[in-house]
Each structure stands twice: as structure tokens, then as C-alpha cells.
Write a protein that binds this ligand. Structure first.
Ligand code: HEM
Length: 397
């Protein structure tokens, strides 16, 4: 491998942790491939970036999401790509509609869906866990939140995959560009319909709440609403699919852990926290420097593009002791896998609920779980850590 670490090199994708450890030790803020991004790996530096959005900006990323061949991209105008003061206003508006009661109301549907998926999985015995359960559960949750027809759920993965390709699509890849433009139009069409229907007929679901939300008498415009729904789909689907997949992969590799959780289901939430830390599903996010600055003793020019490696910071001894070990029942662990500061994940409670409900449905019904001894196939992404497939054999209880 060349001097600079390549975050999407197959060896790094397979096991990034020794590389992260080396960066944290020798070059905690340094340029990596692809694209000469500045990687930030230590816990203290990651927190510094998240706490100083006036220097490490999110809105600066907008132009990367709207390359000239694409034109308007609703995602580039969403909450996640805003800075103060716009971010504070938009977040206050959507937080009201996306509060704890919205999430709690999803629980019965999530339980029923999980039970059904587990029954099918047990009947089959030998399945790919990703399409069998890891994907359909979060797709049902997002579909419900967005008020989209269940028949569209299988389309969501395609949509969120296409959104992820935008910044990686070359100016010369006309076919790829056409596919992405088509996806954006299709998504916008469905999401606009949902918003218009709630404007015509008020409802007490999340989109209904968003339509009615006011801060200082101001509502969200249709454009802002559609951007937010785009963001929920992109931010809420793949991350949670990966959390479920990573959890089951770890259970298959640690049978004693599976037995312990079956005996003590109260440990499930703490298991989920440790999976989030140990195999962080949203392993990175980005920021752009608005001025020349210093970080971890390194001078960064204005307009440096930073990749904030939460996956590396979560294995920093400054974050937790014995950070390279998977330990159940850690106390006082922070929320870093869900970000920090102004942009802290709005869906953290929902993701945790989905994972808990899925495992509570699965664990009592299986005695064992083994995965085929083939190399794991990780998604070739800078941002997410998850498996493309996870073939498993289940032994029913
Ligand atoms: C923001 C991770 C699930 C909605 C974030 C951020 C992270 C994150 C790290 C901060 C990004 C940044 O600062 O640049 C995760 C992980 C999840 C998950 C690991 C699952 C395991 C969800 C779900 C939803 C959601 C289920 C909603 C359905 C959002 C939104 C934001 C966000 C709307 C933007 C908040 C803002 O910009 O103010 N997420 N997320 N996430 N997440 Fe999540």
C-alpha cells in the first residue's frame, strides 16, 4: 500500500482498525486517499471539530453534493448540510415532529414486523441476513415515518444507494449521471405527493406534524420539507441496516455472547451500544474548513475537506479504556457513534429501538447462529461500515 492510507483499499475495508490505530499514534490529522481528504482520528480532535462549526462547516459541503451535471439536489439543502443560524431554525422545526412520541408510536409495528421476519428466517434456516431482516425492518420504519406505501419499501435501498453515488460519479460517466437524475426525480415525485396530501388533509403522523410545525410563527416550505424527507431516507436507512448486520455478524462470531444475551435479555441495550462503538455503522462524516486553522498540531488551509473518522475515535483509549476489546456492560460510554454537537443524530432513539426490537424478537427463537466461513464482504464506502451480504445458518430454539 502507498504511503497515504487509502480508506477504500480492500485490506482497509476488511479491517480498518490497525490502520486507524497507526494514524491515531503517528499522524492523527493527515491526508488520506481517495482525494487527499484530511482524516481526523483522535477522540479529542473529533470532538473539537464537532464543537466548532464556525470553522469546520457542514454547509460548505453543499457544492460537493450538487456537481454541475446534477443541478438541484434536495439532500444538499437538508439539515445535515446547514450551519447556524439556518440549522438551528430547521432543526427546531423538525425536532418537534420527530420527537420521542413519534418514535414510541412505531414500536408495535416494529415488533410485528420483526416477529414476521424472524419466523420466515427460522423457516428457511439458511439465509442472507441482510435482505432477510437487516434491510426490511429499517425500510418499514422509514416507510411508516414518511407515509410511503409499503409497496415502495423495496425501492428505498436503490434510492439511498444512488444518493450515495453522487459525489463519486465522474463528470464523464453520463450513464451514471442519468441514473442518479432519474432516481432524484422519482424520489421527489413520491415525497412531494406525501407533503401535498398532508397539506390537503392534516394528519397526526410525522409528515403531518412537519407540515404544521411552527417556530416563531414560521413554517417549513415545501422545498425544505422534501429535503428533510430525503435526508431521513438517506441518513436513516443504510446506517441502521448496517447496525443490524454488524450486530448479527458479531453474535455469530461470539457464540458465548449470544448465549449470555439469551439468558439475560436486559443486556441487549448495552450490547447494541458496544456494537455501535466497536463496528461503528456510520464510521465517518465530513466537514469543510472555512478558514485556515490548526488541528492536532497540524495547519489546515482554508477549504480543506475533512473526513471525521468516528470509527477511529471510538477505538481511542481517550474515549473508553480497553478500546480494542468488545466488552459488554461498559459504563459511561458516550454517544460518539451518533455524532456530537449541533448535528447529533436525530434518529438515535429510533435506531436503538429498531435494534433492540429486532434482537428481542430474534434471540428467544434461536439457539445458535453460524456464518459461512467465507471472507466478509464490506461495503466499499468511506462513510458507512456494513456488510453487503451476511449468509447465516440459524439453529431454532
Ligand atoms: C445525523 C449516525 C440512524 C436521522 C447523524 C450523524 C451521525 C449519524 C454520525 C451526524 C452527522 C454529522 O454531524 O455530520 C447514525 C447512525 C445510525 C443513524 C450510526 C444508525 C445506527 C438514523 C435514523 C434516522 C437518522 C434511523 C432517522 C430516521 C439523522 C438526521 C441527522 C443525522 C436527520 C441530521 C441531524 C442534523 O444535521 O441536525 N446520524 N444515524 N439517523 N441522523 Fe443519524
Amino acid at each position: 500500500m502507498s504511503e497515504r492510507l487509502n480508506l477504500v483499499h480492500p485490506e482497509v475495508l476488511a479491517n480498518p482498525y490497525p490502520y486507524y490505530a497507526k494514524l491515531r499514534r503517528d499522524a492523527p490529522v493527515s491526508q488520506v486517499e481517495p482525494g487527499g481528504l484530511w482524516a481526523v482520528t483522535r477522540y479529542a480532535d473529533v470532538i473539537h471539530v464537532f464543537k466548532n462549526p464556525q470553522v469546520f462547516s457542514s454547509s460548505g459541503l453543499q457544492r460537493l453534493m450538487e456537481p454541475s451535471w446534477l443541478g438541484y439536489n434536495p439532500m444538499a439543502h437538508s439539515l445535515m448540510v446547514m450551519d447556524a443560524p439556518h440549522h438551528g431554525r430547521a432543526r427546531a422545526l423538525v425536532s418537534r415532529a420527530f420527537g420521542t412520541s413519534t418514535v414510541a408510536r412505531l414500536e408495535p409495528m416494529l415488533r410485528a414486523t420483526s416477529e414476521k421476519l424472524v419466523s420466515a428466517l427460522i423457516a428457511e434456516r439458511s439465509v442472507d441476513f441482510i435482505p432477510a431482516m437487516a434491510l426490511p425492518l429499517p425500510a418499514a420504519a422509514i416507510g411508516h415515518l414518511l407515509g410511503l406505501d409499503a409497496s415502495l419499501h423495496s425501492r428505498f435501498k436503490h434510492w439511498s444507494d444512488q444518493l450515495a453515488f453522487i459525489s463519486a460519479t465522474a463528470d464523464s460517466d453520463l450513464e451514471g449521471q442519468q441514473r442518479i437524475r432519474h432516481t432524484l426525480q422519482e424520489m421527489e415525485h413520491y415525497l412531494r405527493d406525501v407533503v401535498e396530501a398532508r397539506r390537503r388533509e392534516p394528519s397526526d403522523d410525522m409528515v403531518g406534524g412537519l407540515v404544521q410545525a411552527r417556530v416563531d410563527g414560521e413554517a417549513l416550505t415545501d422545498k425544505e420539507l422534501v429535503s428533510f424527507l430525503f435526508l431521513l431516507l438517506a441518513a436513516g436507512l443504510e446506517t441502521t441496516v448496517n447496525l443490524l448486520g454488524n450486530a448479527v455478524m458479531l453474535l455469530a462470531d461470539m457464540p458465548e455472547l449470544l448465549e449470555r444475551l439469551r439468558a439475560e435479555p436486559a443486556l441487549v441495550p448495552s450490547f447494541i451500544e458496544e456494537v455501535m462503538r466497536y463496528e461503528t455503522p456510520g464510521k465517518a462524516t465530513f466537514r469543510l474548513t472555512l478558514e485556515e486553522t490548526e488541528l492536532g498540531g497540524v495547519r489546515l488551509p482554508r477549504h480543506s475537506l475533512l473526513v471525521i473518522l468516528m470509527g477511529a475515535a471510538c477505538r481511542d483509549e481517550a474515549y473508553v479504556p480497553n478500546a480494542e476489546k468488545f466488552l459488554l456492560g461498559r459504563e459511561g460510554q458516550g454517544n460518539l457513534p451518533f455524532g456530537h454537537g449541533a448535528h447529533f443524530c436525530l434518529g438515535a432513539a429510533l435506531a436503538r429501538l429498531e435494534a433492540r426490537v429486532a434482537l428481542e424478537a430474534l434471540l428467544p427463537r434461536i439457539r445458535g447462529l453460524s456464518r459461512k466461513q467465507e471472507p466478509l464482504r464490506w461495503i466499499p464506502s468511506i462513510q458507512v461500515r456494513g456488510l453487503t451480504t451476511l449468509p447465516v445458518e440459524v439453529v431454532p430454539a
